[in-house]
Design a binder for this molecule. Sequence first.
Ligand SMILES: [Zn+2]
Length: 299
Amino acid sequence: MEINLINLIERYGDDKKCRKYLEALRWQDGMICPRCSGTTISRIYDRDQFDCDDCRYQFSVTAGSIFDGTHLPLWKWFLAVYLILESKKAISANQLKRSLAISYKTAWYLCHRIRRAVLEASKSKLKGIVEIDETYVGGKKRYVGSGSLEGKTMVLGAVERGGEIRLRVERRKKATKKVLHAFINSTTEPTTERLMTDENPAYLGIADADTTHETVNHRAEEWVRGDVHTNSVEGVWSLFKRGIVGSYHQVSAKHLQAYIDEFEWRFNGRDNPELFRDTMIRLLNTPKMEFKELIEKSA
Ligand SMILES: [Zn+2]
């Protein structure tokens, strides 16, 4: 079911409704005890909790998940997930703070926990026709001459035509052959039919027996030659940069990968009518994180 603000409030406008929904998602094959995997469970009605008949462990539907121990009402979590998924150009912690009437710290924590949850552990590799490009974000433009990359962070991107994207922050400063080839090898299947890039010589040598490498020469003002172009990946960059510039006036390099993961999740789910549900399942399956751990992991 596609979620909009109206049915979100109708369906998940209070904690009771949210809990019911999470129970249905978490225990699709029947309720099990998170401690002993027992299946004889009683409900404790006045506490939103359950009691395992085998080991007497008492738990709630959010036990062990990223929601565990939250002081924020669940319906605010639901709204936050909705707002994050709905904001094509990303939403800042400050905006979330205002929209949900919560403190900045809570909003920041919420954003980071949700981002952490959508970080996909094992990503499938792209195939078919894949466009590759690199771009640079951030840096204090005012203090450096044009063309300088000082203070900027490199982001590498791969886009499967008609499919998903993979974006990655690259800590090294230069898009060398080693950096680019490693990125391509880690994001695309060895059997990818065609790779499309610009004329950057560091891409050379990426072709092999079952993969062709085709380039457009941007320096010579060549943007499209037949179906050879990098327009898909450039479209992703423009959306990504509008989000970064519009929502986060300054994204520190250390948080950039988390923003990128969120952007990727939203972009890859753009045609998924069940994106909200799938995101909720991820939140349930992601262990909770302490504030300290979150800050360290973001570093
Ligand atoms: Zn048990």
